[in-house]
Ligand binder design. Structure first.
Ligand SMILES: [Zn+2]
Ligand SMILES: [Zn+2]
Length: 156
């Protein structure tokens, strides 16, 4: 299975094309995603970085911790991407897709910082930040000391 997706930011300055192997997406409840999206969680799909082509413009990168950076449109602020330093895979925001309805949530990540008042149990698998292989790989490469979190333990 291979799905060809297109997306971009709200103002149109940035456009991308991505090829994914499935329509699985996930919720991230970490504090950094809450701040980056100005929302109570973020939704992403994970894709090999080599499967993503920035066809118009390029995201501006913000280093959200010593482990990772986030891409957004410098013109309109739309959150577009998340990537651990040196990772071969990148996350793209579900809401930036031209047709986000193709995606399906598969699991919850960083449930240690989830705002339960805004969450309706849905039976999907739940994972803490420490269960993320990409997080562990990036953490080890950065010396093993987790980044200081403003709250919760999973700042990324
Ligand atoms: Zn924009
Ligand atoms: Zn997150």
């Amino acid at each position: 299975m291979s799905i060809e997706l297109t997306g971009g930011c709200q103002c149109g300055a940035i456009r991308y094309r991505a090829r994914v192997a499935s329509n699985a997406a996930y919720y991230c409840h970490c504090r950094m995603c809450q701040r980056a999206f100005g929302n109570v969680f973020a939704t992403f799909f994970n894709v090999p970085a080599s499967n993503v082509a920035w066809e118009r413009g390029e995201p501006k990168l913000f280093r959200s911790s010593k482990l990772a950076h986030r891409g957004f449109c410098a013109e309109c602020g739309t959150p577009l991407s998340f990537q651990y330093d040196g990772a071969e895979r990148i996350d793209l925001s579900v809401g930036s897709l031209d047709d986000p309805r193709v995606m399906r949530p598969a699991f919850h990540l960083c449930v240690e910082s989830r705002l339960d008042a805004f969450h309706t149990p849905d039976g999907l698998p739940e994972h803490a930040i420490e269960e993320s292989a990409d997080y562990q790989r990036s953490l080890a490469a950065a010396g093993g000391v987790p980044p200081a979190a403003t709250s919760g333990r999973g700042a990324c």
